[in-house]
Write a protein that binds this ligand. Structure first.
Ligand SMILES: Nc1ncnc2c1ncn2[C@@H]1O[C@H](COP(=O)(O)OP(=O)(O)O)[C@@H](O)[C@H]1O
Ligand SMILES: [Mg+2]
Length: 237
């Protein structure tokens, strides 16, 4: 086993002729939360999509020492990489239980221990199983989006702006769940623009600008580096 869980080297990505990622290099170590921060449009979402093979790309992606950049996208979740996309994308017309179990078709039912683990992280979902996804609040939908991936038993989670549109109370819940999921041994690559959430959860952070990672900092060093924060993000801590 290598010292890094996910290793991304010189990743380039393209939308048509538009060359959006220009050589992104980053890693996620086992059991850590690594942050990927930067303003709108710098290529954070594209980085996750390129790791997953969902956009045209060039470069190297290794997961637990294995080169995965030549694999078709549908093989990636089976390796233990879960993706929680920006904007949640839960199914509005399916119940909470259906949303939770839709990714498990191949497993012939829900492993009871996984369902238990998901409910221990998100007890509110247990009380909403028959409710349609579209009737949940924004915060509850975010929890469902996380739970739906967690139930597949990933070793690594790629999370895209889970804080987006959340109330302060829900933000605190999501923060606590990220910490708890990390503490259970899952590695996390957290894309965020909310620097507070990133500071509270990440061990290390990468800052992106125009399709490339410009800086890597340990979370403890960033707290005092207001210049870095104002350069890469629109907000103050
Ligand atoms: N489907 C797409 N087709 C063409 N350009 C896109 C597409 N998605 C994103 N882009 C462009 O790629 C760049 C990076 O976008 P994105 O990865 O979504 O940034 P971020 O997640 O950091 O806000 C932006 O300039 C955006 O306009
Ligand atoms: Mg994005």
């Amino acid at each position: 086993m290598s010292s890094e869980m996910l290793k991304v080297e010189e990743l380039h990505a393209f939308y048509g002729k538009s060359h959006v990622l220009q050589g992104v290099t980053l890693e996620v170590r086992p059991g850590e939360v690594a942050g990927l921060l930067g303003r709108n449009g710098v290529g954070k979402t594209t980085t996750l999509k390129a790791i997953l093979g969902l956009v045209r790309r060039r470069g190297r992606v290794r997961f637990n020492g294995r080169e995965i950049s030549s694999l078709p996208p549908h093989e990636i979740p089976r390796l233990g990489i879960g993706y929680i996309p920006q904007g949640r994308h839960i199914f509005s017309d399916l119940t909470v239980l259906e949303n939770l179990t839709i990714g498990l078709v191949k497993e012939k039912g829900v492993p009871p221990d996984r369902l238990g683990a998901v409910f221990s992280h998100f007890p509110v979902l247990r009380t909403r199983l028959k409710q349609l996804g579209g009737t949940l609040s924004g915060g509850e939908q975010q929890m469902l989006a996380i739970a739906r991936v967690l139930i597949t038993g990933p070793a690594l989670l790629l999370m895209d702006e889970p804080s987006e549109g959340l109330s302060p109370v829900m933000l605190a819940t999501v923060r606590d769940r990220i910490k708890a999921i990390q503490a259970s041994g899952v590695g996390i690559l957290l894309v965020e623009q909310n620097v507070r959430l990133a500071l509270d959860t990440c061990h290390r952070m990468y800052f992106m600008e125009k399709g490339i990672v410009r800086h890597e900092v340990a979370a403890g060093d960033l707290r005092t580096d207001e210049e870095l924060i104002s350069r890469y993000l629109a907000v103050k801590v």
